[in-house]
Design a protein. Structure first.
Length: 202
């Protein structure tokens, strides 16, 4: 029971980190995540990491100990399998759709001209896959709720900014009208003073 509790606690921690990562990727505009560039043509073997961002034809993986991320490109020829378990249990083939955020894996591939790693082979433990699937069911609703709240906050800030701009425009217009009225009153007073002086001079 304690082992299960520790695994669940670890799952929650990873979920929290990935939620923050996802939110940061959505709203960050001034800072870019540091990405490791793989030299064009360089062969990479058994690069280990955790999937932190998933796109349709690629994903970003991060070293478990931290450091820059690596962009991994998936192709039609990318081989995705589980690790072999003993002599009598071979590896199992999986589709690329099983590569989920939070999945620990290792990648063989070659660098391309963009500095990305084009994957030839991807391997992972089935236990890590089950953990990533559990993480997905926990993470997706939480992340959707956080992103919805942030989007609502952003929309409210934009609405308030629009109201402030409108109020400033109305204030400027009112001030201009007041200035014009002041000028008209001043001219009227000058006309009245001139007329009085003419009358008094008769």
């Amino acid at each position: 029971m304690k082992t299960s509790g520790y695994k669940f606690s670890g799952l929650i921690v990873v979920a929290f980190i990935l939620v923050l990562t996802g939110v940061g990727n959505t709203f960050a505009t001034t800072q870019d995540t540091q990405v490791r560039s793989i030299p064009d043509g360089e062969q990479v073997k058994k690069l280990k990491g955790i999937v932190v961002k998933r796109d349709p034809d690629s994903f970003k993986m991060s070293d478990p100990q931290g450091g820059p991320q690596v962009v991994v490109i998936l192709t039609a020829s990318t081989e995705v399998k589980s690790h072999k378990k003993g002599v009598f249990r071979g590896s199992k083939e999986y589709g690329a759709s099983y590569i989920l955020r939070g999945l620990r894996l290792e990648v063989d591939g070659v660098g391309n001209a963009e500095g990305h790693l084009v994957a030839d082979k991807i391997r992972f433990d089935e236990q890590d896959l089950r953990s990533a699937q559990a993480l997905k069911s926990t993470l997706d609703p939480v992340e959707a709720e956080v992103n919805a709240k942030l989007a609502a906050q952003q929309a409210e800030q934009e609405r308030l900014a629009g109201q402030l701009e409108e109020n400033m425009a109305l204030t400027a217009k009112a001030q201009a009208s007041a200035d014009a009225a002041g000028d008209a009153a001043k001219k009227a007073q000058q006309t009245a003073d001139y007329a009085n002086n003419r009358i008094n001079g008769l």
